[in-house]
Design a protein around this ligand. Structure first.
Ligand SMILES: *Cc1c(COP(=O)(O)O)cnc(C)c1O
Length: 425
């Protein structure tokens, strides 16, 4: 299906859904009902993914094992808690295109971002800057600024922000690379989103990593909007680290456990500075309770605490679905679904809405960010009254993200028809 073969009809959307090999995954999720009892059109999976139906069962199993076994559940539960986090390691690795040893599921996103910066932001007098995208998610901005201050630098000098050209809304890869060419020698760490939360722009991870490494910088990516959305290849692309949360496209539930990738090249660097905790200690000797930290090789060596099993249980339900669908197929569907959204939006009355997300599919994921001529917040309310959930970011942006695991072409069609009704008001 190319963009040329899309049609602006409900019948077309229905046929596209029938032809969709992934359509049955929709039934694996709880859809919140709208006021009319019909399932909502849920385009906010970039904010909080829906609940997989198996999540409750998996959490319940661990509650039962806790009741039945108490502390013995660490060894004798159906899925012994001692190794429970390993149940999601291979799946997490497949999701981000990494080797299992390069990933671990732990903590929450901003915590992981700080832990990674402890290891990979190591400023010197001549090289102390952090290159970030202007308008990064606030938590990321606070994290990099506070790290700079922690090392004794003024964030106004230490943080270098990439800005779009005047009159443009997203960054050009050539400008990012040119900035690195010019300033790379002063940059200790390049820390970018993989998809910007606001504009929906996906950055070119391999090109940025290659150029930054050639300049001697460490490189990290925040995959909050990339994991479960883009087809990622972290091992081959080679950034030093990446972090992500699991409650957006990954459907792990509110405050779900987050993930970390540390490239294999750092797997055995015992001298890398890091904050240490007992769960990062060598498994073979952890329970000897010795005084000296001996890190596990790979990403697991950055673990601090024994992990929250109930949260991991919920995440397993989602990761199983990703494994069954496969990122390749999901991404292929996602390009069509978001392409269909773009196609329909372009047919609305001129000037009513503007798509600020890049038109190049390689530079975006599922989300399109829309600027409205009228009042976007009022529009959001009208959409929600019509059973359609997206989200609003000040001052005038509505973000709509058809998540390919559970959204349909008919959902996209309904969304745009509702917008159209208001465009003509
Ligand atoms: C969602 C998001 C966060 C949220 O951080 P938490 O630590 O999970 O609360 C941070 N950064 C980015 C880029 C995000 O998209």
């Amino acid at each position: 299906m190319t963009t040329h073969s899309f049609e602006d009809t409900e019948d077309f959307a229905r046929r596209a859904d029938e032809a969709d090999a992934l359509r049955s995954f929709r039934d694996a999720f709880h859809f919140p009902p709208g006021t009319d009892g019909k399932p909502l059109v849920y385009l906010a999976g970039n904010s909080l993914g829906l609940q997989p139906k198996n999540a409750a069962r998996y959490v319940q199993e661990e509650l039962e094992d806790w009741a039945r076994f108490g502390v013995e559940g660490h060894h004798h539960g159906r899925h012994p808690w001692l190794h429970y986090h390993e149940l999601v390691t291979e799946q997490a690795a497949r999701l981000v295109g990494a080797k299992p040893q390069e990933v671990v599921v732990m903590n929450t996103l901003t915590v992981n971002l700080h832990l990674m910066m402890v290891s990979f932001y190591r400023p010197t007098k001549t090289r102390f800057k952090i290159l970030v995208e202007g308008g990064a998610f606030p938590s990321d901005q606070y994290a990099v600024a506070s790290q700079a201050r922690f090392h004794g630098y003024d964030p106004r000098e230490a943080i270098l922000e990439l800005k779009p050209r005047p009159g443009e809304e997203t960054l050009r890869t050539e400008d990012i690379l040119a900035t690195l060419d010019q300033h790379g020698h002063e940059v200790a760490l390049v820390m970018l989103g993989s998809v910007n939360y606001l504009t929906g722009q996906a950055f070119d991870i391999p090109a940025i990593t290659k150029t930054a490494h050639a300049k001697g910088c460490f490189v990290g990516f925040d995959l909050a909007h990339g994991a479960g959305n883009l087809k990622l290849a972290l091992h081959d692309d080679g950034p030093d680290f990446a972090v992500w949360c699991s409650y957006k496209y990954l459907n792990g539930g509110p405050g779900a456990l987050a993930g970390v990738f540390v490239h294999e090249r750092h797997a055995r660097s015992k001298d890398i500075p890091r904050f240490e905790g007992w769960w990062g200690h060598d498994k073979a000797t952890r329970f000897q309770m010795g005084p000296t930290f001996d890190p596990l090789p790979g990403a697991e060596g950055w673990q601090l605490s024994n992990p929250p099993i109930l949260q991991l249980a919920a995440l397993r339900a989602s990761f199983e679905l990703f494994d069954q669908a496969g990122m390749e197929a999901l991404r292929a569907k996602s390009e069509k679904l978001t392409g269909y959204l773009e196609f329909l939006l372009e047919k609305l009355p001129p000037g009513f809405v503007r798509i600020i997300t890049p038109r190049d599919v390689k530079q975006r994921g599922a989300q399109l960010s829309l600027r409205f001529k009228g009042e976007a917040q009022g529009m959001l309310k009208r959409l929600s009254d019509a059973g359609i959930i997206c989200d609003f970011r000040k001052p005038d942006i509505i973000r709509a993200a058809p998540a390919p695991l559970y959204c349909s072409f008919t959902d996209v069609y309904r969304f745009v028809r509702t917008l159209e009704a208001h465009a003509r008001d």
